[in-house]
Design a protein around this ligand. Sequence first.
Ligand SMILES: [Zn+2]
Length: 144
Amino acid sequence: MLVMTEEILRQIQEQAEAAYPDECCGALIGSFASGREREARLILPIDNARESGERYHRFVITPEDFIRAERAARAKGLDVIGFYHSHPDHPAVPSDYDREYALPVYSYVITAAAKGKAGASASWLLRADRSAFEAEEIRTCSHR
Ligand SMILES: [Zn+2]
């Protein structure tokens, strides 16, 4: 289960709309609580490093972005717990490309943005054998 405030989810959705028709992406920073529950405390937007003609359906997080996110998290005593990106005019379901670049420890939040309007957000966890994603419940709270 991924826990976050409604405010954080709203920020992700606003970025999905602002980036449309490209994909937005960023890191989820927070803490791994007990078991499979984790909490996103803030988000760190990352510039989509794909060449401009590909940004509508691909996003890339470079090693430098990854290190920057790790440092930002650690400075607050937190961890990178996952990543988010948008799917312009596609459902909030991971693509084969997403699976290829994902790691089993992280939560992957995908927000659909149909015609520039943010729709459903879903979170996904990669199986340890990397064969498929499994849906992870998102629980929002109004405060923390
Ligand atoms: Zn994707």
